[in-house]
Write a protein that binds this ligand. Structure first.
Ligand code: HEM
Length: 455
């Protein structure tokens, strides 16, 4: 059934009643179908129409597939929503607290205003050299013909980069073991057990207790770093320095507790997503020799063998298209969610207060109504700029809650692609099957196993 075809184009009708959608089972609603095959299920639901009603246990949810409705959710009618309840788990909250991703209302607005200067292009550009240097250091030991999991390599590399740019500290010789503890902490988020973990988060299991111990350990380290920084009082060039200096109009600054929450939020939001965009890029390049060849040609023309830097970014166009096209097909954040805080309307349907609404980058960015050959990897489709309608493509979300790190991420992806792509290429291990695993982000289930060759 495709009810979308039955709806006349043009101005949305109002009072269309209840959106169509799958019934699901009496008690569970669609929970089982969703958990069994998340991406397949949310893709199939599009056949019901542009706004689809579903139910998870007793919780009503709308799935949105039309870019105009997604724009309404994230931008034009953003005031009617807050973040979805799935983000409000105590387990997640213990780690990121009231940081930018989770906070709401006036508190969030003030924090965003205070954090914004840390993400100005000029400031972020100063991290370009760190990104390149760290990438060079990571690949220095790679051997021709070696078998590697490039997804694991990218996670380690972006972790090192975020720790350096946040705290000006180096994991590999850090006496605090901050990187080590942080990487142990994100482990439960990096396995399929995540959802179970979040559901079970009130049970005092050994894994659960270890998690809370690790968070306390990180708290101690982060609070100590903050205290030392306050005492020294000078700009060390990292993100923490910027957050420490940030002042509101009335002269007020962030408290230690707020700083701690923002630091943890940036650490978590700021490395795994970027690592995934890179990992999927290497996978797509390894499986599309024509695109790989054009990429190598651009690297030769623009860099001629020299180390890349931020000033090369405007010329590394093809690398940028690879990043954009990869995030179209494999969006690291494959869904955004909101909860209606008042009764409102979307796509002509009434939205009762408390409804959970989801838009899926995974589905809309592969929708044949907005992209020719939507399943094909074609970096050159970005030659003519961003797609229309605007919210057919939203890897970084949009509106007031748009990703604050989008420029940081794009710069890191392109610089790392250039630095690594100049020296190495990857072939997929023949027996290795690459599969997507949608957990909190869109991960390769068993990594991306490659054979490395020198170029
Ligand atoms: C490819 C990499 C990245 C992707 C795909 C990505 C994606 C997103 C998306 C979709 C959102 C919006 C979520 C929503 O509306 O519910 C978001 C928010 C956010 N991202 Fe990113 N992100 C990336 C990299 C980064 C980096 C590098 C940082 C920081 C260094 C960062 C920090 C944040 C923060 C703090 C928010 C919350 C902003 C707010 O609500 O004010 N992200 N990201």
């Amino acid at each position: 059934m495709n009810t979308a075809e039955a709806i006349p184009a043009g101005k949305p009708q109002t009072n269309r009643g209840i959106p169509p959608g799958p019934k699901g089972s009496l008690i569970m609603g669609v929970m089982r179908d969703f958990n069994r095959d998340t991406l397949g299920f949310v893709t199939r639901c599009r056949d019901y129409g542009d706004v689809v009603r579903t139910r998870f246990l007793w919780i009503n949810a709308y799935f949105l597939y039309n870019p105009d409705d997604i724009e309404s959710l994230l931008t034009t009618n953003a005031k009617s929503y807050r973040k979805a309840r799935s983000l409000r788990s105590p387990f997640f909250y213990r780690l990121v607290g009231n940081g930018l991703v989770t906070s709401e209302g006036d508190f969030w607005r003030r924090q965003r205003r205070l954090a914004q200067p840390a993400f100005h292009r000029q400031r972020i550009s100063s991290y370009g050299d760190v990104m390149v240097q760290y990438a060079q250091r990571a690949i220095a030991a790679w051997q021709d013909g070696a078998h590697r999991d490039v997804a694991r390599d990218m996670t380690r590399l972006t972790l090192e980069i975020v720790v350096k740019t946040l705290f000006n500290s180096d994991i590999s010789n850090d006496a605090d073991h901050i990187g080590e503890t942080l990487s142990r902490l994100v482990k439960p988020f990096a396995s399929q057990a995540t959802l179970k973990w979040i559901l079970d988060n009130r049970l005092p299991t050994p894994g659960h207790r270890r998690y809370f111990r690790d968070v306390s350990e990180i708290d101690r380290i982060v609070f100590r770093i903050i205290a030392e920084r306050r005492a020294r009082g000078y700009d060390e060039g990292d993100l923490l320095s910027m957050l420490l200096q940030a002042q509101d109009d009335d002269g007020s600054q962030m408290t230690d507790a707020q700083l701690r929450d923002e630091v943890m939020t940036l650490f978590l939001a700021g490395h795994e997503t970027t690592a995934l965009a890179l990992s999927w890029s290497w996978y797509l390049l390894a499986t599309h020799p024509d695109a790989e060849q054009r990429f190598h040609q651009e690297l030769a023309e623009v860099l001629g063998g020299r180390t890349p830097s931020v000033s090369d970014l405007p010329k590394l166009k093809y690398a940028e298209w690879i990043a954009k096209e990869t995030m179209r097909l494999y969006p690291p954040a494959y869904a955004v969610g909101r909860e209606a805080i008042e009764e409102t309307e979307i796509g002509g349907y009434r939205v009762p207060k408390g409804t959970q609404l989801f838009a899926f980058q995974w589905v809309t960015q592969r929708d044949p109504r907005y992209f020719d050959e939507p399943e094909a990897f074609k970096p050159e489709r970005w030659m003519n700029g961003d797609p229309s309608p605007k919210y057919a493509y939203f890897p970084f979300g949009g509106g007031p809650r748009q990703c604050i790190g989008n420029y940081f991420a794009m710069m890191e992806i392109v610089l790392l692609l250039a630095t690594i792509g100049q020296r190495f290429r990857f072939a997929l291990e023949p027996s290795h099957k690459v599969e997507v695993l949608p957990v909190l982000s869109l991960r390769p289930k068993n990594g991306i196993k490659v054979i490395v060759s020198h170029r």
